[in-house]
Design a protein around this ligand. Structure first.
Ligand code: PGA
Length: 248
């Protein structure tokens, strides 16, 4: 097994309220969690402050999106500076819902990555192909292109986690098989070796997302190049604890 620290992100998306998130936080705070896993919960922006104040400090918190400048006339947006001001250390960028529901381009995602890292906010950068792209045999082209735009905007990879999330597996109950996921993760690591450096290829966590559950997490976590997960639906349930402990 590699020396990369196992990383499990929960992506709560636009779900929960103070009561239900409070219950979930209580479950996480009192759970026995593997010390070897780094855990970060992505909360809706309006609850970031609330979640950070309630969640045990051994668990990180992430925003699910942000803008590319510190402040200004950008109605409805939040900046890395504001996120940091709430004691939050991470942000999820380039999630497929940002790309495909809200039309964010690779270019905008790259600019956000650069600005967040300059402001010392850790980035969970998401990439992944759509079903028609997989069926057309272009998975590698798509994820390499998305990774290139991210990589062009990263100077220091220490605060970057790459999340491979095939769009066809997100929220569908159709998980990539361990072999399918491992194959893409291995190719992404090779791409990093060729285009960034050996050291970065060896150290960057590449996590898998797409219908991860308590039932399928152990087999996925046993793959050599899968360094953790980004979990949507199951991160809102007590089974998130089993996913965090997938390598225990
Ligand atoms: P899912 O979502 O686990 O519900 O498939 C994953 C994600 O969107 O990050």
């Amino acid at each position: 097994m590699s020396s990369r620290k196992f990383f499990v992100g929960g992506n709560w998306k636009m779900n929960g309220d103070k009561e239900t998130l409070g219950d979930l936080i209580m479950t996480l705070n009192t759970a026995s969690l593997n010390d070897e896993a780094e855990v970060v919960c992505g909360a809706p922006s309006i609850y970031l402050d609330y979640v950070r104040s309630k969640l045990d400090q051994r668990i990180g918190v992430a925003a699910q999106n942000c803008y590319k400048v510190p402040k200004g006339a950008f109605t409805g947006e939040i900046s890395p500076a504001m996120i940091k001001d709430c004691g939050i250390d991470w942000v999820i960028l380039g999630h497929s819902e940002r790309r495909h529901v809200f039309g964010e381009s690779d270019e905008l995602i790259g600019q956000k990555v650069a600005h967040c890292l300059e402001n010392d906010l850790g980035v969970i950068a998401c990439i992944g192909e759509k079903l028609e792209e997989r069926e057309a045999g272009t998975t590698e082209d798509v994820v390499f292109e998305q990774t290139k735009v991210i990589a062009d905007n990263v100077k220091d990879w220490a605060r970057v986690v790459l999340a491979y999330e095939p769009v066809w597996a997100i929220g569908t109950g159709k998980t990539a098989t361990p072999d399918q996921a491992q194959e893409v993760h291995e190719k992404l690591r090779e791409w990093l070796r060729e285009n960034v450096s050996d050291a970065v290829a060896g150290s960057v966590r590449i996590i898998y997302g797409g219908s991860v559950t308590g039932g399928n997490c152990k087999e996925l976590a046993a793959q050599a190049d899968i360094d953790g997960f980004l979990v949507g639906g199951a991160s809102l349930k007590p089974e998130f604890v089993d996913i965090i402990n997938a390598r225990s």
